[in-house]
Design a protein around this ligand. Structure first.
Ligand SMILES: [Zn+2]
Length: 445
């Protein structure tokens, strides 16, 4: 516990100092980390030793950031089929790492392992961001999550205490009650949950919740959603782009620009395999600089972004910026009662169940969902039933759930698999909620 506290405190000091570096110093830091990570992957990761050998690249070929393109791209498909012994670097095991299963927006289950030291650095990077947005460790903080966050060593002395809005609660009124109870000075949440709360809250209830700022994450944040949340709680909102594979990738600063967490990741923007020009959209290719347990070099994350500006931002950060993230436009499940479930709420209910390889939920009608599941043969008898029971419990209203066992998943227009596909017209649901709220506030004013 003490070791964690010490590591996290040192991490915060380091994280702060990185953000103050000049762009040249940041590139030099990244070069040093990249060379270390490639050497480490070569020496200790059976997967990367084989992958680099196959294309005739050795660590000696990677001397600068310009050499990055010599490394082959790593795909989700490749790592999805690897056993942990291949995925993990020598010295790391599932027992001495932090394990995170994820299916992200693709519905394909991936196993990600982080070293405990890397996890402490992620904490430091998150702290750096939240501090910048006005968070202070003595504030009452409300966060939305399916499971409680791991406790912090600081919480023992009353610092950094966070209170959960449990997403297993059955409805938006319950979320609202919990939020009123916490009376937070700072909120960190999924946008969709706050929208649900706004839809059911009265004006008077909303006026009782006055956080200093709201940190939003994990879902696409459109201007409409942002405005709705900002007006409802009368405070500014800031977005965060994190992934299970790397945690902090980019985060929105007080000047509302997305800074790449340049001490945690190297981000490339590729269009048809070549670097995208400034202002042009490109596939995000990410190289992790922090996690030695499971090196990921030039990893195609499946999202799309845009090269940003390089000059120093008004917020003082020397980290480069990037354009708004696209590709996280997930459909939501919308139930007959109007309750909405993003993949971030639905997936954790079942994605870590053993034997599940892929899943796509297709909402055919308001009260009818088909579950397309790819399940290992030895789990076929039991797993589908368990998943149906879990979802029934989560949704807690009459919805027909049909299981279709398959290995043949249809990709969308972008070739990317989406884990929730809704045939229920839904953009209007968010927009209507936003509009209804704005109208009612306008009337009150
Ligand atoms: Zn900035």
């Amino acid at each position: 516990m003490l070791l964690h506290a010490a590591r996290q405190a040192t991490g915060i000091v380091r994280a702060w100092s990185h953000e103050r570096l000049s762009p040249e110093q940041i590139r030099s830091y990244q070069t040093q980390r990249l060379r270390w990570m490639v050497q480490h992957a070569w020496d200790n990761s059976p997967f990367y030793r084989r992958k680099l050998s196959d294309v005739g690249v050795t660590p000696a070929d990677i001397q600068s950031l310009d050499d990055l393109s010599k490394l082959p791209i790593t795909t989700k498909e490749e790592i999805r089929h690897l056993p942990s012994a291949e995925l993990l670097a020598r010295g790391y095991t599932p027992q001495n790492t932090v394990f995170e299963p994820t299916s992200g927006s693709s519905g394909k289950v991936l196993h990600i392992y982080h070293s405990r030291g890397a996890y402490d650095m992620y904490f430091a990077y998150a702290f750096r961001h939240l501090w910048q947005l006005g968070y202070r460790p003595w504030y009452r903080v409300a966060y939305t999550a399916f499971d409680p966050l791991p406790s912090l060593p600081w919480e023992r002395i009353g610092l950094g205490q966070r209170q959960q809005i449990d997403l297993k609660l059955k409805d938006a009124r319950a979320f609202l009650q919990r939020l009123l109870e916490i009376n937070p000075q700072f909120i960190t949440a999924y946008p969709s949950i706050l929208l649900m709360i706004i839809q059911v809250a009265t004006e008077a209830e909303l006026r009782r919740i006055r956080p200093r700022a709201i940190h939003l994450h994990s879902e696409l944040l459109t201007d409409g959603i942002r405005d709705t949340i900002r007006m409802a709680f009368d405070c500014d909102c800031f977005d965060d782009y994190s992934t299970f594979e790397f945690h902090h990738v980019a985060y929105e600063c007080p000047a509302h620009r997305y800074h790449i967490a340049a001490d945690n990741v190297l981000v490339e923007f590729l269009r048809d395999g070549k670097p995208a020009a400034p202002g042009e959209d490109g596939d995000l290719i990410i190289t992790g600089l922090t996690n030695p347990a499971m090196p990921l070099l030039r990893y195609a994350i499946g999202d799309v972004g845009r090269v940003g500006q390089v000059e120093r931002c008004a917020c003082g950060s020397g980290f480069p910026t990037m354009g708004l993230i696209q590709g996280r436009v997930d459909d939501f499940i919308i139930l007959p009662s109007g309750r909405r479930f993003s993949p971030r709420i639905v997936n954790p209910a079942f994605e870590s169940m053993p034997g599940l390889l892929e899943h796509v939920l297709v909402q055919e009608e308001l009260d009818h969902i088909k579950l397309y599941l790819n399940v290992l043969p030895e789990h076929v008898e039991t797993l589908p039933g368990t998943i149906v029971a879990t979802l029934r419990d989560l949704f807690a209203e009459p919805v027909k759930l049909d299981v279709v066992l398959t290995q043949d998943f249809e990709r969308g227009r972008t070739g990317k698999l989406r884990c929730i596909v809704s045939k229920v017209k839904q953009s209007s649901v968010v927009d209507n909620a936003a509009r209804a709220y704005q109208l009612s506030s306008a009337e009150v004013i």
